[in-house]
Design a protein around this ligand. Structure first.
Ligand SMILES: NC(=O)c1ccc[n+]([C@@H]2O[C@H](COP(=O)([O-])OP(=O)(O)OC[C@H]3O[C@@H](n4cnc5c(N)ncnc54)[C@H](O)[C@@H]3O)[C@@H](O)[C@H]2O)c1
Length: 281
């Protein structure tokens, strides 16, 4: 999407972290911004920063687990701002520290609902409206490097982010005929509030437990600045990149995964050579 100035961006999870970085980067480029976040005070604070840059902002409390709230947001965006050419499905949460078989159902439900269903709800409410707008349209879905390589001890997170990568690649193919492109953001550590994600855990998923993780907190705190990532995303939207890899060193993780697949194909080739006849049913 080459033209940003004068258009509208919607950023979920924009009250802090990477979402705030993206929202500010888009405002710097002359876009008005809708901030949708379960943290209303945080959304208002970012709106003040956007207005200080001379752009309009609608900060709204939205729980992405609730499709009616996302639908109301889309309706208001079209009513107040005339529509949005850019949708960033960015909000995400995680639990930490347990092997996949020991994770409580409530953790699976919370993480899969916010990280995957939240993105789906965004697409369901915004895409039909975006399709009708003239010009180029773009969706950025925030996954993670854990959406392409193994996410050890964060199984629900890794599963949700693999799903977001697959969904994003699918949308990129399907949207082309409708002028809608899609990029998937795959960061490694970015210095945000992700380690305290359960501060915003809804009561129906068990509410906040105060759980953190010191080791991961140090890793995340040493990560990239969210505003740097926001500007990188902005340029990637202009350049219409399919994947946005924020960290050069994650190339090795991605290549290692494809190496494992190539080895498995080579094994299958050898197996088929040794077993040329299909089994009779
Ligand atoms: N920080 C990292 O190292 C890192 C790495 C890879 C991917 N990511 C991804 O980046 C995205 C942004 O996370 P972040 O790191 O900025 O963390 P963050 O916690 O700072 O920001 C996440 C935002 O999402 C909001 N949110 C949580 N639940 C919500 C809900 N139900 N409805 C609406 N909003 C909700 C939070 O209030 C918060 O403002 C997430 O999808 C995360 O998985 C982060």
């Amino acid at each position: 999407m080459r033209e940003l100035a004068g258009r509208v961006a919607v950023v979920t999870g924009g009250a802090g972290g990477i979402g705030r970085g993206m929202a500010l980067a888009f405002a710097e480029a002359g876009m008005d911004v809708v901030i949708a976040d379960i943290d209303e005070d945080g959304a208002r604070a970012v709106a003040a920063e956007i207005e200080a840059l001379g752009q309009r902002c609608l900060p709204r409390r939205v729980d992405l687990a609730k499709p009616a709230e996302v639908e109301a947001l889309a309706e208001e965006t079209w009513g107040e701002l005339g529509g949005a050419h850019l949708l960033c499905n960015n909000a995400g949460v995680t639990t930490f520290g347990m092997m996949c078989d020991g994770i409580p159902d409530a953790d699976w439900d919370w993480v899969l609902t916010v990280n995957l269903r939240g993105v789906v709800h965004g697409l369901q409410s915004f895409l039909p409206r975006m399709r009708e707008l003239p010009g180029e349209k773009h969706v950025v879905n925030t996954a993670s490097i854990a959406g392409i390589s193994p996410g050890v001890f964060v199984a629900p997170y890794a599963a949700s982010k693999h799903a977001v990568v697959g969904l994003s690649e699918t949308l990129r193919e399907e949207g082309a005929a409708h002028g809608i492109s899609c990029s998937v953001l795959c960061p490694n550590a970015v210095a945000t509030g992700i380690v305290e994600a359960d501060r915003n855990r809804q009561a129906e998923f068990g509410g906040p437990s105060g759980a953190g993780n010191e080791m991961i907190a140090a890793f995340v705190a040493a990560g990239l600045a969210p505003t740097y990532v926001g500007r990188m995303v902005r340029q990637a939207v202009i350049d219409d990149l399919p994947f946005i890899f924020t960290h050069a060193d994650t190339r090795e993780l991605v290549e290692a995964r494809y190496e494992r697949m190539k080895e498995s194909f080579a094994w299958a080739d050898r197996w088929r050579e040794a077993n040329p006849e299909p089994d009779p049913l």
